[in-house]
Design a protein around this ligand. Structure first.
Ligand SMILES: Cc1cc2nc3c(=O)[nH]c(=O)nc-3n(C[C@H](O)[C@H](O)[C@H](O)COP(=O)(O)O)c2cc1C
Length: 198
């Protein structure tokens, strides 16, 4: 009996922990915004951020633009070689590190550590509220291209939504891989900072 109760407690604890580690995102906006050609005209790297958080709705829009599911078969807003959806997008904000679960429109928490300092190699990063971290298999031939497609989608969404964003390669990849607890067979490809200009 004692064993049974302990077992039930363990299951309850694990379930609660699993729940605590997942954050459901609001539904992204899949209509509206600037017409595509105007967003292309507006696209720019913006190296200035005010101290203002990105709310969950905008975060959901950003991640959906980057790599969200856009049909009933789980295909994405970017094309992927052989439909192998191996790109993984982590996010870092003041509350910690999360990985995007596109199929469930959710975030899985990796850590509650604020690691934004790891991206502060340039002064304009001081107030950046959000960094996307594009990662993939070390062995992959195509994952860098997938990251490029995703960061371009984000850049266009940013242009449409009045957000500043900048793709960033100037950071310590090894350090970031450790901070986001990346498995040994995965690599950090590139990052993208995003936030409000005014
Ligand atoms: C792969 C890649 C890496 C980049 N790395 C950095 C970086 O580390 N720091 C930075 O300030 N800008 C970085 N940029 C942004 C470029 O400086 C910027 O795109 C370029 O100046 C052209 O400006 P535009 O995007 O407004 O046309 C990077 C851009 C790309 C595509």
């Amino acid at each position: 009996m004692k064993k049974y109760i302990l077992g039930v407690l363990a299951v309850m604890l694990t379930t609660n922990m699993a729940q605590a580690l997942e954050k459901q995102l609001p539904q992204p906006d899949k209509s509206g915004g600037l017409p595509l050609m105007e967003a292309l005209q507006q696209r720019r790297s913006g190296k200035f951020f005010i101290k203002k958080d990105i709310d969950d709705k905008v975060l959901s829009n950003i991640l959906w633009a980057a790599y969200g599911v856009n049909d009933n078969e789980g295909r994405r807003t970017i094309p992927t070689a052989m439909n192998q959806k191996e790109l993984e997008i982590y996010i870092a904000d003041k509350n910690g590190v999360w990985v995007y679960d596109a199929d469930n429109n959710a975030l899985q928490q990796i850590s509650d550590e604020n690691i934004l300092k790891a991206f502060s190699s340039q002064e304009y990063m001081e107030n950046a509220p959000l960094v996307l971290i594009y990662t993939g298999n070390k062995e992959s031939n195509y994952v860098e291209m997938h990251a490029g497609s995703a960061y371009q989608n984000v850049g266009l969404y940013a242009a449409s939504a009045g957000l500043n964003n900048v793709v960033r390669g100037y950071f310590d990849k090894e350090q970031v891989a450790k901070l986001i607890k990346l498995p040994e067979n995965k690599k950090v490809i590139i990052t993208q900072a995003i936030g409000w200009e005014k």
